[in-house]
Design a binder for this molecule. Structure first.
Ligand code: ADP
Ligand code: MG
Length: 452
């Protein structure tokens, strides 16, 4: 018999949660839970699967504790029961309907959460340069000879560098040249959502059959599988089942496999094939990408202007694209040509500052010691012999020039010299460098070395 107050408490808990989470979250995780029984030693809940139980405990234990009675160990007093999967014949509508299960093909053809391939993300539209040549050939190899080149192909790199573009390009190429092959391109988020939906609808087996019947699985952003333990296992099973049947898998990620917080088993599987990095394009490639994107927009950007933009936007192709879009809109609206001045005025807020390398006194001492053929310990010491004292002054000069710190702080880094010693050294070296070409060169060399 249900103890009325626990049943009520549960309803209150649900009301409380409904206000706190999104409607999808509530529908996925809370709605399917049924109260089976409630007694003085707790409440019995029926959950559709183990994921719901773990989700509740992982995310809402504190709330559950504040609503429900507690066990001696501080856990909420809940007995979970995972519901039995329903047999098709158990439903009344199906019992009267002819007993016919969908044919495997019909089932496979039913729409899944496939993401649409972006029509612009083709190999043709992918501009090659030294930073992405290798990964582009690997992707092309997989697209032309699926399952016969590298399996899996694991593509990793920073944001906006073309990982999704390459993944979709493989999808397009396979659609065009291997029409019979079944391709599924999916983001990791969509895979997880698909799994949650299928768990709720008790159709996980159908989903498994679907994924395991594919010829090519393209998975975007696998990093979102981190910390999703149960989903990871299902993904790993799908992965193994495909690979064992020699079906092609391509995965993208923002990190290499070894740096992902995933199980050793899955990491090892992902490292089986080829791991390829997509890097930051160099200046020439950025210019070529800019001009290509501008051409697609019908905007003519003179080479000099493209160079100017590419010099200022250097670590993200998506931002280069944003710059082209903005410039193109501006030029069209104002009826102006894309000159360097127009580019500067419209794009300056997108321009990136080159990250200032952190220069340390230690780094300066090392470089100066090498150039002047003395030891770092001598530079740090107090010897006043000319061979050591002058290089020490050069190091002090460079520290004042290159490090944005107070003189006080800098001088203490030189083994407790006073700030006036440092200032004196700086003045002496600047004056001398004005007259002495060799010294000027030595300083230039040191500066390049330190800042490299
Ligand atoms: P990621 O998935 O690595 O974050 P995307 O594939 O979404 O990056 O790329 C961001 C944008 O930059 C896309 O519009 C893509 O077309 C473009 N892009 C990236 N690299 C290139 C390239 N080498 N040639 C042409 N366009 C590129
Ligand atoms: Mg992407």
């Amino acid at each position: 018999m249900l103890t009325q107050n626990h049943q009520e408490t549960w309803s209150q808990f649900l009301e409380f949660m409904e206000e706190r989470c999104s409607s999808t979250e509530f529908a996925n995780w809370f709605k399917p839970i049924k109260v089976l029984d409630s007694s003085s030693d707790g409440i019995s809940l029926e959950v559709p699967n183990i994921f719901v139980q773990e989700y509740l405990l992982d995310n809402y234990k504190k709330d559950l504790c504040s609503f429900l009675p507690l066990r001696a160990n501080g856990d909420p007093a809940i007995n979970f029961f995972v519901s039995e999967p329903k047999k098709p014949a158990a439903s009344s509508t199906q019992a009267t309907a002819p007993q016919h299960l969908p044919s495997p093909q019909a089932e496979l053809d039913s729409a899944r959460a496939e993401i649409k391939l972006n029509p612009f993300y083709s190999f043709h539209n992918f501009i090659e340069g030294p930073s992405n040549q290798f990964v582009k050939s690997a992707a092309f190899g997989v697209a032309t000879r699926p399952s016969r080149s590298y399996n899996p192909l694991f593509i990793h790199g920073g944001v906006g560098l073309g990982k999704t573009h390459l993944l979709h390009a493989i999808g397009h190429h396979v659609h065009e040249h291997h029409k019979k092959l079944r391709v599924q391109c999916i983001t990791t988020e969509a895979f997880i959502n698909d799994l949650v939906d299928n768990l709720r609808n008790k159709s996980v087996d159908k989903m498994k059959r679907f994924y395991r019947s594919l010829d090519i699985l393209l998975v975007d952003d696998i990093q979102f599988l981190q910390n999703r333990l149960n989903f990871e296992e299902e993904f790993c099973n799908t992965f193994e089942s495909l690979i064992n049947q020699n079906k092609q898998i391509v995965i993208t990620s923002d990190k290499p496999p070894g740096q992902l917080k995933l199980s050793e088993r899955l990491i090892a599987r992902m490292e089986w094939g080829l791991v390829a990095n997509v890097g930051i394009p160099d200046l020439e490639t950025r210019v070529a990408i800019l001009q290509h994107k501008a051409e697609l927009k019908g905007l003519r950007i003179p080479h000099k202007v493209a160079f100017f933009i590419a010099e200022h936007i250097f670590n993200n192709v998506r931002q280069l694209e944003g710059a082209v879009n903005r410039l193109s809109a501006y030029c069209r609206l104002m009826g102006m040509d894309a000159t360097e001045e127009v580019a500067e005025n419209t794009l300056s807020e997108l321009f990136q500052q080159s990250p200032l390398k952190r220069v340390s006194v230690e780094g300066i001492l090392k470089t100066v010691a090498t150039i002047f053929g003395v030891r770092v310990s001598d530079l740090k010491g107090s010897s006043r012999t000319k061979d050591v004292a002058f290089p020490r002054q050069v190091a002090m000069y460079l520290a004042k020039e290159l490090i944005n710190e107070s003189l006080m702080k800098l001088s203490s880094a030189f083994g407790g010299k006073t700030h006036s010693t440092l200032l004196h050294a700086w003045k002496k070296v600047s004056d001398k460098a004005g007259k002495d070409e060799t010294l000027r060169r030595q300083i230039e060399m040191a500066r390049r070395n330190i800042e490299a």
